[in-house]
Design a protein around this ligand. Structure first.
Ligand SMILES: Cc1cc2nc3c(=O)[nH]c(=O)nc-3n(C[C@H](O)[C@H](O)[C@H](O)COP(=O)(O)OP(=O)(O)OC[C@H]3O[C@@H](n4cnc5c(N)ncnc54)[C@H](O)[C@@H]3O)c2cc1C
Length: 460
């Protein structure tokens, strides 16, 4: 017997998350540009806006007391980020335009060496790193630390960053996005107000920029509302990560494929693991697995525990202790699942929320930063005297800039890779090799993606 999760949808009504402003006009908080999400995308956007507004102080003054605000639902910027990562510094270098040297960015250091292994239960065969997984010139960072540092730069650039403030509803009026309504604070689990209760408020803006990261709920309702979803559905992977204090330094970046995932096409298990050094004393390791797997009992958390028993990994962790862990999804639909358009009247989408992730490279930070920067430039252009950001095509410049950017070129080249692995590890691997060798020209066209929730699940 098999069952499709899509036959049992969770109770969710998009209409509950779209509203007209309800606070009286004199009680609304009015800002110039409102950014939702203080991750790499939102903060890069705030930094670029600060740079541009510094060059045009009269526009900053016209935007009011708060020209740029960033809302973050976490306790502080970075608290919802899941630790170690290998970062392509390209986006950050373009953002800071030579004002911050790469060695002054909060990195543990440049990738010194790397290995890719094909694992079986008791063997580890080293294979050449596929071009998409090569990390020469990239840097190891803690995403949480990088995000905190970006938040400091954004505040220095004049942005107001508001932590512990969730954007709950998208405010719409006269066919355009007007801002967001923030969630109430201080309610108990059953929704009853506590003594510290504070009601949410309407925050209105001339441009709203959604940088919510993976599975942002306002991003989802806005894409539906403005009919911007791609013809190919978005799909996701779950990444489970741990941070370890270790007895011996690890001097290389490691990726693995194969075990503990099963290769058979019927299991549809796509993913792998990574182990990155974080300085001399720590490493981060994790498993990332596509959520279109078919075994209902498969648990990515358990797979990571199993991986740690492999002699390759055990040797690295021996004598160490786990100091943290976390889990988060990654949008994996890639180029073909990107929204048809990255703007709506008064609204822009950036980063993971727009699906800007290179799946074979396991990288999204530099696309988040670059898209945030480009969104800032488009918003700044649309705020110039005589222009209206919510007029038809008012923010079209953002779509054009993304199409001209390295984001588009990179994602187009790897556009069919994730889909190929739906046919099993070996067939997917061969197709991925052909796509890499032909720089994305073979196979031509765009592969179809199937929704994760449409995969029939079985029990083993
Ligand atoms: C296991 C794992 C490993 C990864 N490894 C790498 C790697 O090595 N290199 C790499 O480049 N990328 C890596 N990535 C991907 C990378 O983390 C993302 O691409 C990147 O963080 C995207 O940035 P973002 O700003 O779009 O979103 P996020 O970093 O997710 O930030 C979004 C922020 O918005 C906040 N938010 C969301 N909704 C709301 C709301 N409604 N109101 C207020 N705040 C809100 C969230 O709390 C969060 O702080 C990895 C991801 C995972 C899960």
């Amino acid at each position: 017997m098999s069952v499709r999760p899509s036959e049992h949808p969770p109770p969710f009504s998009a209409a509950e998350f779209i509203a007209e402003p309800t606070d009286p006009p004199d009680e609304r908080i009015d800002v110039g540009v409102l950014i939702v999400g203080a991750g790499p995308a939102g903060l890069a956007c705030a930094i670029r806006l600060g740079q541009l507004l510094e060059e045009q102080p009269e526009l900053a003054a016209a935007l009011g007391d708060v020209p740029v605000a960033v809302l973050e639902k976490g306790k502080q910027p970075g608290s919802h980020e899941v630790s170690g990562a290998v970062v392509n510094p390209r986006g950050l270098r373009r953002l800071f335009r030579g004002t911050v040297a790469t060695q002054d960015m909060p990195f543990y250091g440049e990738v010194e060496a790397e290995s890719v292994y094909l694992l079986r239960r008791s063997t580890a065969i080293r294979i050449p790193a596929p071009p998409t997984m090569r990390n020469h010139g990239n840097y190891v960072a803690s995403i949480a630390q990088l995000t905190r540092w970006l938040a400091e730069r954004a505040e220095e650039a004049g942005a107001t960053v508001l932590p512990e403030t969730a954007a709950e509803k998208l405010l719409l009026a006269d066919g355009r996005v007007r801002g967001v309504r923030t969630g109430d604070k201080g309610r108990d689990r059953d929704g009853r107000p506590l003594p510290n209760f504070e009601p949410g408020s309407d925050i209105t803006a001339r441009v709203t920029i959604l940088c919510e990261g993976t599975q942002g709920h306002l991003t989802g309702v806005a894409l539906d509302r403005f009919d911007l979803q791609s013809g190919n559905p978005q799909v996701w992977a779950l990444g489970v990560k741990e941070v370890w204090k270790v007895a011996r330094p690890l001097r290389r970046v490691i990726h693995t494929m194969g075990w503990p995932l099963r290769a058979g096409a019927k299991y549809r298990e796509f993913g792998g693991s990574f182990i990155y050094p974080m300085g001399d004393e720590m490493v981060t390791l994790g498993m990332v697995v596509g959520l279109d797997h078919r075994d209902a009992e498969l648990s990515v958390h358990d797979l990571l525990q199993e991986l740690k028993t492999h002699k390759l990994v055990r040797r690295i962790l021996e004598g160490g202790e786990r100091v943290g862990w976390g889990a988060k999804t990654i949008p994996e639909g890639g180029f073909v699942a990107m929204p048809r358009q990255l703007h709506a009247p008064g609204l822009l989408f950036c980063g993971d929320g727009a699906g800007l992730v290179n799946v074979p490279a396991l990288k999204g930070i530099h696309y988040a930063v670059e898209s945030g920067r480009l969104a800032a430039e488009a918003a700044f252009g649309a705020l110039q005297p005589g222009r209206t950001p919510w007029a038809p095509g008012g923010l079209q410049a953002y779509d054009e800039a993304v199409r001209e950017s390295f984001i588009w070129k990179d994602l187009q080249q790897v556009r069919n890779m994730r889909q190929a692995f739906g046919r099993g590890f070996y067939r997917g691997g061969m197709m991925a090799g052909a796509m890499t060798a032909s720089l994305g020209k073979f196979p031509p066209g765009n592969a179809k993606t199937e929704r994760d929730a449409d995969q029939p699940l079985f029990s083993t």
